[in-house]
Design a binder for this molecule. Structure first.
Ligand code: URA
Length: 196
């Protein structure tokens, strides 16, 4: 039997994008309009990870461009950054039908690409927006109430701090949680400011 050749090293974000290609690795490909790769600064020190594209994101091919995205933009600006300074991506790159939570096998087939993006960008802090992102990036079962408010780390690199906080879509439904998210984002900002 011929040995399977090792995958070519993913040495740039465009390599990752090329490798994804017209991805058919999971069933989410069937109903997507656009694969949403992620966007932002290649030198971002702060990397936000959401759950998956919604209807607006699927239409435009960009992450967080709908109502939740508008709120995320406000959060980023309140922290003193511009959207273009950070990087924004999702656990899955294709829209789950009717915005259902991605299935474990969908997360598993997509996560290596997000991990490659994070490793190439080398941010100083990753923010998991919502429990789906928090669970995928820590590979731990937990609750948001348990995870948020202190730094954990991404599962493959104990040196890369992860802050989990409530998803902006949750904040649209529960505006009283905004002050909790702001507490979490202040911790993130303090950490980034200390690194200057
Ligand atoms: N919600 C997400 O989790 N990601 C997006 O890109 C948009 C909404």
């Amino acid at each position: 039997a011929r040995a399977v050749p090792p995958p070519p090293a993913l040495s740039s974000l465009s390599d990752v994008q090329q490798r994804l290609g017209d991805c058919k690795r999971c069933g989410l490909c069937q109903e997507r309009t656009h694969l949403v790769f992620g966007e932002g600064s290649k030198a971002a020190r702060l990397f936000f990870v959401g759950e998956g594209p919604g209807a607006d994101e699927d239409q435009l091919g960009q992450p967080f461009v709908g109502a939740a995205g508008q709120l995320l933009n406000k959060i980023i600006e309140a922290m003193g950054y511009r959207r273009a300074d950070v990087y924004i991506a999702n656990i899955v790159k294709c829209r789950p039908p009717a915005n259902r939570t991605p299935k474990p096998e969908e997360v598993a087939s997509c996560l290596p690409f997000l991990r490659a993006q994070i490793d190439l960008i080398q941010p100083r802090v990753v923010v998991a927006l919502g429990l789906t992102a928090a669970k995928a990036l820590t590979q731990k079962e937990s609750t948001m109430a348990n995870l948020r408010g202190r730094f954990a780390s991404v599962f493959w690199n104990p040196e890369l701090p992860l802050m989990a906080t409530y998803h902006p879509a949750y904040l649209l439904r529960n505006p009283e949680a905004k002050k909790i998210v702001w507490e979490d984002m202040k911790q993130v900002k303090t950490r980034l400011d200390l690194l200057h």
